[in-house]
Write a protein that binds this ligand. Structure first.
Ligand code: SF4
Length: 266
C-alpha cells in the first residue's frame, strides 16, 4: 500500500508502544548515541556530567496506573539498573495491576532480570522483554556503551528470561557492528520467542559528539556500515527469517511501508 500524503509517520519507540513510562533521570550506561541524554541536556534538565548518575524520580506516580489501549514501553529514557531497580519494580507492578501489556526494554543486568522474573512470574503473559544487544564485540560495546553490561551478560539475561517462560525479543538498534549482525542474529534466535528488531543509528551528526580522533573514526565507520548498499545487502540476507523486524530507518531505505499506527510492534 502506498503511504498516503497525510499518513502519520510512526517512528522510534512509537513503532513498539502507545505510551512510554519512565521513573529516573540519568543513566550510568552512558551510551554515546543516547537520545534521552541528548534531549535532557538540550532542555537543561541535567548536565553531561550528571547524566551518568541515575536519579530516581519519586513523583511520577499516577500516570502508570492508567490502562492504555495498547502495549506500554518501560523504560524509554533511562535503563533498569541496580540503583533504580526497586522503583522500577514498583512502576511495573502498577502498570501490570492496571492490566497493561508491558514491553520491558533494557541493556539488561542479570541481577535485575532475575528479580524482575521472580517478581512477575505470575503475570508473565503480560510482559515482553526486549533486550538491546547492539554488537557481540565487547571492545565496540565498551566504546559506545561504556557503562552497560557486556555481551555475555546480556545474552545470559535473554537465556534466563526465555527459560523462565517469558516472551523475549531483541533490539539491535543501533547496529554497532553491521558486518557481524547476521552471525549475531543466528546466535541469538534460539532464545527469542517474539522478534528481533534491526535499526540504524539515527541523527549521528547532531546527537553524537565527535570529541576525539577515535570518536571521529567510529562515527565514520558506523556511517559507512549503514549506507544504503550495506543495508540492502543485510535485508537480503535476513528478511526471510520470520522473527526479523525492520525499524523505520531501514524500511525507508528498502522502500517498505511504514507502520500506520503506534504500538503495533510488527
Ligand atoms: S541505556 Fe538507554 S538511556 Fe541509558 S545511556 Fe544507553 S541509550 Fe541512554
Amino acid at each position: 500500500m502506498e503511504k498516503g500524503k497525510g499518513a502519520k509517520k510512526i517512528s522510534g519507540t512509537r513503532e513498539w508502544a502507545v505510551a512510554e513510562i519512565n521513573c529516573s533521570l540519568g543513566c550510568p550506561h552512558d551510551c554515546r548515541y543516547c537520545y534521552a541524554s541528548y534531549d535532557a541536556i538540550r532542555k537543561n534538565r541535567i548536565t553531561p556530567a550528571q547524566w551518568t548518575t541515575c536519579r530516581v524520580l519519586e513523583n511520577v506516580g499516577g500516570r502508570e496506573h492508567q490502562l492504555y489501549d495498547g502495549q506500554v514501553m518501560f523504560p524509554s529514557a533511562h535503563d533498569i539498573v541496580p540503583e533504580n531497580l526497586d522503583r522500577c519494580i514498583q512502576i511495573l507492578t502498577s502498570l501490570l495491576d492496571a492490566g497493561n501489556r508491558v514491553l520491558i526494554v533494557s541493556k539488561p543486568h542479570l541481577d535485575c532480570i532475575l528479580k524482575i522474573c521472580s517478581a512477575f512470574d505470575t503475570v508473565k503473559d503480560k510482559i515482553l522483554f526486549r533486550f538491546t544487544i547492539t554488537a557481540r564485540d565487547d571492545a565496540i560495546l565498551g566504546f559506545w556503551e561504556p557503562g552497560a553490561p557486556a555481551y555475555k551478560e546480556r545474552v545470559s539475561c535473554l537465556e534466563y528470561a526465555a527459560e523462565k517462560g517469558f516472551a523475549t525479543s531483541v533490539s539491535v538498534e543501533p547496529m554497532l557492528d553491521t558486518g557481524d549482525v547476521v552471525a549475531m542474529v543466528r546466535e541469538l534466535l534460539p532464545y527469542i520467542s517474539h522478534s528481533i528488531w534491526l535499526g540504524k543509528m539515527n541523527k549521528i551528526s547532531t546527537r553524537v559528539l565527535a570529541d576525539s580522533d577515535q570518536m571521529k573514526e567510529e562515527i565514520e565507520r558506523i556511517t559507512r556500515e549503514q549506507d544504503d548498499v550495506t543495508i540492502m545487502h543485510l535485508y537480503q540476507q535476513l528478511d526471510s527469517l520470520e522473527k526479523i523486524r525492520w525499524k523505520e530507518s531501514i524500511k525507508e531505505v528498502i522502500g517498505l511501508e511504514l507502520a500506520q499506527d503506534s504500538g503495533l510492534d510488527i
